[in-house]
Design a protein around this ligand. Sequence first.
Ligand SMILES: Cc1ncc(COP(=O)(O)O)c(C=O)c1O
Length: 504
Amino acid sequence: MTSAGFPRVPPCPPWYKLLILTTGSTEATGECINLALTRSSSEFDNRFVAESTVTRQDLRSPVLRRSFRKPYPVAVRGEGVYIWDADGNRYLDFSGSAAVNFIGHGVREIADAMLEQARQFEFVHTSQFTTPVVEEFAAELLAFAGEHFRGGAVYFTCGGSESVETALKLARQYQVEIGQPTRYQVLSRNQSYHGSTLGALSVSGNKKRREIYLPMVREFAHVGIPYCYRCDFDCTDGCRNCGQQYAAELEQAIKAIKGEAAAFIFEPLSGATLGAVTPPPGYLESIAEICGRHGVLVIADEVMTGMGRTGRNFAVEHWQVAPDILVTAKGLSSGYAPLGAVIVAKKIVDAIAAGSGSFLHGFTYNAHPLSVAAGHAVLRRIQSQNLVDAADSGIAGTAGSALKTALESLRDLDVVGDVRGLGLLWGVEFVWDKKTKLSFPSERNFAGLIGLGCLRRGLLVYPMQGCVDGVSGDHLLIAPPAVITAEQIGWAVEQLRVAVKESS
Ligand SMILES: Cc1ncc(COP(=O)(O)O)c(C=O)c1O
């Protein structure tokens, strides 16, 4: 979408210069960018980068960072919902970094568990040994995943993308093991994100993250994704019935590839790409039924939604959907160590055990003892502190319900088009015009502006663009740790409100 027909974009606030560097949407010309930021006097004593000067020198580092156009504060400490930088500035982590931290920062017992493991031994290779910590954690994780995974097994990786790669290969191998070698395609949805490795990108629909790599990517069918605020079917009943139409599209796609579909992968709540979009009633149940009927495995990507984030152990439980493979990461270790897991139903494990006898896949660092020790301690913390319940937005008095209420209150702002989500995973979508749902011109990077306004107030959020069509559309992802208090939520949403007003 272009900016044609839009009123002139208001003049930039002084700190917008930083955003210009951040997004790279405009060529930065100054050698030295001065940021004169005001102090905010709140009860949280939020001193943020009061006076800071960013030079081109600061933008280079021996580290190949994510961006050459933005300065990065140096994080030195974390505790609860807060992170401090080397200058003593405090940030409230309202997005759990990138929906990673669930138990809070700086929990000592996790560090202790890792240290204890490291003192015994740091690493053994999975081709030679198993370890007590991995056996114990796998059993606990299977139980946490529910009855449906009884008799199944867990494959540990170092994160989400590795777990998705593993799931794709596992689905293919399963089909070969059961005598269905023509099945290799993995269907997925538009506007989804499953990771940054080439296999994971091939099943992702995030336009910006895929675009330049497309010549290197094997393409399978992508089907429509229910996005009720902008529903393809122009529903007038609040999207109570369109789920069946989206599900029918998947069935047609499966039929069209004539016996080549091995699996279908989906995020139960759309994560970063659409910003916590929840599925319409009956949709996921129909998806599972269709896949089962056609011999297509169901892979639930719960990298972002798993481990309690939505107020259930795994988000599929909201709809009583039982996937064949469930992929999780992020909250699994809450960021204390790189860790992902592929939780596999018994029928797949049995097929390999009774067939070729080995999974043809492996990473040197799969089931790394230190990461697994971290995950093990994190799960215990989640359970001992009842954090899944704390995340449940359907229970009065929880962090989840306080967050829902506070974010819903932003709907009165002219530019807030939609507030959606579940538990402690929420999206706030911004529009130029509420009536027509017209989004801002993408060059304005409205979400980025708000993100920067929040940062200036010591609030970390996750701004994204492209929810409308892969390019335009602005939203924030909000996913705080489950230890956040109602008071902290109130403060955070107030900062967000001011940042939105300033950017509008
Ligand atoms: C749903 C989903 N799947 C996969 C991934 C990739 O995970 P990672 O970044 O740990 O490789 C992400 C990351 O944001 C995600 O949100």
